[in-house]
Write a protein that binds this ligand. Structure first.
Ligand code: M6R
Length: 612
């Protein structure tokens, strides 16, 4: 939610910031803006809409500056508009600030300021925090840094802020709690951003700022302090990411590129971990903590959205293979209800971004209660990765499209390996079955590749059904969560209403929706449920619903029952979700495109949901 970029150094700041904002646009695209500081003059430019609209509005403006901050917004407080866009300026006009997060007690602080005669030009919590900082600075006659420290001690909520002031011509002050901040270290220059994508082009040396830390950033100096004003030695990390990974590489959209990357991202995820010849799975996060893991009384999986769907698949697999009870919770529910978490419980946190606020706070709570946290995260060095006691990265590379695709299959691949590894250590799987599944896993990248070769078939199906107002997605067993995922993907990027259901539940209600206008997508691959799902297809056909099915190659029965079908290679039912989800991703993509939607940036969404 919201992307922030800052630069101080010897280059022109605006081009660096603009390019950075474009890379961070997946985090929000309701409005954007920049503040540029030159010779004691602070120029603030902002515009409702995507970064391209800001760029256009900047033609002819004075952009000469070697220091500046920029923001791309996902609206929380106040509608998307020019006046609610960041950066905000303080009452005196001498300080400008950008903010990612939410100040929960802003109304109280605002009232205090109103009582003192302040008025506000926006509806944002950010403008309140900024004026609160300026008020403290004026009253205490202290430095901006000191004022920020005092203000942040009073604030509840989440923030990453970047602040510049007229009287400090080369300094950006940054602070974070709950929202990410990375600082890139160059020669005589520093880059600040919500993630490393705006930085990677200039330097690979970065510092991940932690919660309750303040950074005072000048071209030649980076000072890190805690909120108590004690200096901290910055821990420099080398980025393991290439620029190509965050560019479209010839594809029309990031989403399509990311769907097509899956043979290699799944391969990368398995590489060095799973070896069928040696009959081993090596995952240090599991192996080094195996006692903890196999002795867990139960496993709780905490996640949101697509990651939650990966958790549901994992529930079925872990219970089947490891015989450990598993519960899957929406992080947003888990954190606000009063869940029973006991010492010895294992929490598996799943997150692509590693920054999802609901998941992060749920984990903090569970950790306090003594749970052991195992993170399944894609973004290296992210907050969830860092708060976890152990974990395994999905190695899918940066995922830019708002709709999660390759991160999901990475999560499934990791979770299957974790389940197999636990089962092996616990002795709940035979050697023969273990080996059989390892061999099948190694074949997955090739099978995904063969599905992608037939992508055009899904384009044709998408064209046929793009004008439907509703869709139903049905699956059973390991493919029930894939039905949910198929429905979520379609909703997100085509704005078509879609529901996912366990196929057998259909007769308990949703069947009332079926008529000749309703496309019903069945995941009807050959597995233990196949006969039953064929019966469910008959029930839809009898009511004239349009059946689109994902079937196993050679399954004539399902093909004949379907109006349209897409065949995938055979796979063991435990790992079949790694295949069945691929045609659903493509179907959504092609429907979204056919409807003229910007699938990488669908309305109202943001990639990384860092507000509660
Ligand atoms: O980064 P996370 O995996 O924690 O994000 C969780 C959800 O916000 C995310 O999966 C969301 O549902 C995606 N837009 C789905 O495509």
């Amino acid at each position: 939610m919201c992307g922030i970029v800052g630069y101080t150094g010897h280059r022109q700041a605006y081009p660096v910031i603009l390019k950075g904002l474009k890379r961070l646009e997946y985090r929000g695209y309701d409005s954007s803006g920049v503040a540029l500081l030159k010779d004691g003059v602070l120029n603030v430019y902002k515009k409702k809409g995507k970064v391209a609209e800001l760029e256009e509005s900047m033609i002819g403006k004075n952009i000469d500056a070697q220091i500046g901050i920029g923001h791309t917004r996902w609206a929380t407080h106040g509608e998307p508009s020019d006046r609610n866009a960041h950066p905000h300026s303080s009452k005196s006009g001498k300080i400008a600030m950008i903010h990612n997060g939410i100040i929960e007690n802003y109304a109280l602080i605002k009232q205090e300021l109103v009582n003192k005669g302040y008025s506000f030009t926006s509806d944002t919590d950010t403008e309140v925090l900024l004026n609160f900082i300026e008020d403290i600075k004026n009253n205490n006659e202290c430095s901006l840094e000191e004022a920020i420290r005092i203000a942040l001690k009073r604030v509840t909520g989440a923030y990453c802020i970047l602040v510049v002031e007229q009287d400090n011509p080369d300094t950006i002050i940054a602070a974070r709690k709950g929202s990410p901040l990375v600082i890139g270290i160059g020669k005589g220059e520093h880059f600040l951003a919500s993630d490393a994508s705006p930085i990677i082009e200039y330097t690979k040396e970065v510092v991940y700022v932690n919660d309750y830390e303040l950074a005072i950033v000048k071209p030649d100096e980076l000072i890190l302090k805690n909120i108590g004003n004690e200096k901290i030695t910055p821990f420099i990390t080398k980025l393991d990411m290439e620029l190509a990974a965050i560019e479209k590489g010839g594809y029309d959209h990031f989403m399509l590129k990311e769907i097509f990357e899956q043979p290699s991202t799944i391969f990368d995820c398995l590489r060095g971990r799973l070896d069928s010849k040696e009959s081993t799975i090596k995952m240090s996060g599991v192996d080094l903590n195996i006692e903890h893991i196999i002795n867990a009384n139960r496993i709780m999986i905490v996640a949101c959205g697509t990651s939650w769907h990966a958790g549901l698949v994992a529930e079925y697999i872990i219970e089947e293979l490891c015989r450990i009870p598993v519960e899957v919770e929406y992080a947003s529910e888990f954190r606000y209800r009063n869940p029973i978490v006991n010492k010895g419980d294992l929490i598996i946190a799943i997150s692509q971004s590693g920054e999802t606020a609901d998941t992060l706070v749920a984990l903090e709570k569970a950790k306090e209660d003594g749970a052991f946290i195992f993170g399944v995260v894609n973004a290296v060095g992210s907050s969830i990765a860092r708060i976890s006691n152990a974990g395994a990265y999905t190695h899918a590379g940066p995922e830019i499209g708002v709709a999660s695709t390759k991160a999901f299959t990475g999560q499934l691949a990791v979770l299957i390996m974790v389940a197999l590894s636990i089962a092996k250590h616990k002795g709940t799987i035979t050697d023969a079955r273990f080996n059989e599944l390892l061999v099948e896993m190694e074949q997955i990248p090739e099978k995904v590749d063969s599905i992608l070769k037939n992508a055009e078939q899904l384009k044709v199906i998408a064209e046929k059904y793009k004008d439907a107002s509703d869709f139903l997605f049905l699956g059973r067993g390991y493919n029930f969560p894939i039905a949910l995922e198929g429905a979520l993907k379609l909703k997100e990027i085509s704005y078509i209403h879609a529901e996912g259901y366990p196929a057998a539940e259909m007769k308990h209600g949703p069947i009332a929706l079926v008529d000749e206008n309703l496309p019903v997508v069945f995941i009807a691959t050959k597995d233990q449920y196949h006969e039953k799902i064929v019966s469910n297809m008959q029930e839809i056909k009898a009511r004239k619903g349009k059946i689109i099915s994902i079937i196993t190659e050679g399954d004539k029965v399902s093909a004949e029952l379907s109006n349209d079908c897409f065949a995938i290679p055979t796979a063991d039912e435990i790992i079949a979700p790694l295949l069945t989800v691929i045609p659903l991703q493509l179907l959504s993509y092609y429907v979204g495109i056919a409807k003229g939607i910007d699938v990488d940036k669908p309305r109202n969404l943001a990639k990384s949901v860092t507000v509660e």
